[in-house]
Design a protein around this ligand. Structure first.
Ligand SMILES: Nc1ncnc2c1ncn2[C@@H]1O[C@H](COP(=O)(O)OP(=O)(O)OP(=O)(O)O)[C@@H](O)[C@H]1O
Length: 201
């Protein structure tokens, strides 16, 4: 089984592309969903580690992460984000590897949706190729403003904290441009699917 990392910046259309791949019968593991599961499960190993490093104020009364408190901390102390990632990323990796072992697919490849993928990322160890969903920045900003009711500045702030287009392109083996219509994206996914089916046979 060939594992492909599906990545791209905020609003580039990763989830939409993943939905089109799923329609073709391709399995997609969503690293964000794994992350949410870890921080929303009361008293999980992730929660204990967060409590040890950050203190009880960051755990809510139900025993899961107090997201508002953590968001506020990360906003005021950027190194808190790195510290949180150092706790969560190995646990996310461990969970994804377990899911990868459990997957029983008739396809010769599957995807892991990895919103943030940097050159030194742990997750590069569990994928063999990188598929980048690329999109013109102004179009991404408009789509996210519409999807999340964010202001233009809010979206720009998020983009400023993510890897740049150049960093993402340097990691990519394959690129789909999603600056066009949904139909264009669906056709591009279908073309890429044929290529991936032909590889590794
Ligand atoms: N080609 C397209 N034409 C029009 N709208 C699109 C297109 N592709 C995606 N969208 C819309 O743009 C928004 C962002 O897409 P999507 O949620 O798939 O991005 P994402 O990369 O998963 O974002 P995030 O990193 O924030 O989760 C969604 O509302 C989606 O429906």
């Amino acid at each position: 089984m060939m594992w492909i990392g599906l990545t791209g910046g905020i609003g580039c259309g990763k989830s939409q592309a993943a939905a089109f791949f799923r329609q073709l019968g391709v399995v997609v593991i969503d690293a964000d969903a794994v992350n949410r599961e870890l921080i929303d499960t009361p008293n999980s190993p992730a929660i204990s580690l967060i409590q040890n490093d950050f203190g009880k104020a960051f755990i809510d009364s139900s025993g899961s992460l107090n997201r508002a408190a953590m968001r506020e901390l990360i906003f005021t102390q950027p190194n808190a984000k790195t510290k949180l990632e150092q706790i969560l990323h190995p646990l996310i990796l461990q969970r994804i590897v377990l899911l990868q072992k459990e997957i029983n697919s008739h396809q010769n490849y599957a995807l892991v949706e990895l919103p943030i993928l940097r050159a030194n990322s742990l997750f590069l160890h569990i994928i063999q190729r990188v598929l980048l969903i690329h999109c013109d920045e102004n179009i991404r900003i408009k789509r996210v403003m519409q999807r999340n009711s964010f202001s233009e500045q809010q979206v720009k702030n998020i983009i400023a904290n993510q890897p740049t287009d150049a960093e993402r392109l340097a990691l990519a083996d394959d690129v789909i441009d999603n600056s066009g219509s949904l139909k264009d994206l669906q056709l591009a996914v279908e073309r890429q699917h044929i290529i991936y089916q032909s590889l590794n046979k």
